[in-house]
Design a protein around this ligand. Structure first.
Ligand SMILES: Cc1cc2nc3c(=O)[nH]c(=O)nc-3n(C[C@H](O)[C@H](O)[C@H](O)COP(=O)(O)O)c2cc1C
Length: 215
């Protein structure tokens, strides 16, 4: 049996189709949308899962998964609790990097940029469209704060259900969304013999410049 603590001999070949400069869309948003669509079409679980890296005031990085909910030319959006660790870090350093890994395609996409909070209207619209259980869960929890035990959490949900029997619990003002406006994208395609294809898009004077990177 493999020793999980020693993975030095564990490896696989990446044998996907090449990614060539001529395959790339001029607009990285179009490129990203194509890759996400391909992953979704294949039925990949959590194809929208984004590892989101933020940075604390003292420069310490932290990373966690959030689900990308929508994106367009204005940026990439997710929803969360502003009081969470990421929320606190984004308040002092409104920059982030997001990473998507689509294993079935041996693909990785990276975005980096400034982050802004979504409007109350955008947060309300999304919150009201969430399933009832998710709305109660968000309203009962202060994300990333410590709590004595699970019972306390379930009691808080039960109390809210008594207070809002019709299910229309209001969105906590501290719950909402963020938008990351990328100035940097990178698309990575795993290839054989570790000679992977990588392309970087950098925004320069309003124009996306594309470069191939060494693997
Ligand atoms: C698949 C998956 C999806 C998640 N989606 C979200 C999300 O959309 N929003 C969110 O706030 N947390 C989400 N989480 C939980 C976060 O990873 C994290 O635990 C939480 O946001 C607190 O992070 P923080 O303390 O670094 O702020 C998700 C976790 C996983 C594994």
């Amino acid at each position: 049996m493999n020793d999980p603590k020693d993975q030095r001999e564990v490896r696989r070949e990446y044998q996907s189709e090449p990614l060539r400069r001529r395959d790339l869309a001029d607009d990285p948003l179009v490129q990203f949308a194509g890759w996400l669509e391909a992953a979704t079409a294949l039925g990949a679980k959590d194809a929208t899962a984004m590892a989101l890296a933020t940075v604390a005031e003292d420069g310490t990085p932290s990373v966690r998964i959030v689900l990308l909910k929508h994106f367009d030319a204005d940026g990439y959006c997710w929803y969360t609790d502003y009081r969470s660790q990421k929320g606190v870090e984004l308040a002092s350093h409104p920059v982030a990097s997001g990473l998507f890994y689509w294993r079935d395609f041996d693909r990785q996409a990276r975005i980096t940029g400034r982050v802004e909070t979504l409007s109350d209207k955008e947060a309300d619209d999304y919150f009201q469209g969430r399933p009832e259980a998710s709305r109660f869960a968000s309203a009962a929890s202060i994300q990333s704060e410590s709590i004595r035990d699970r019972d306390s959490l379930e009691t808080a949900v039960a109390e809210l259900k008594v207070r809002y029997p019709d299910g229309h619990v209001p969105r906590p003002t501290e719950w909402g969304g963020y938008r990351l406006r990328p100035h940097y994208y990178e698309f990575w395609q795993g290839r054989e013999a570790r000679l992977h294809d990588r392309f970087r898009y950098l925004l320069n004077g309003g124009v996306w410049q594309v470069e191939r990177l060494q693997p």
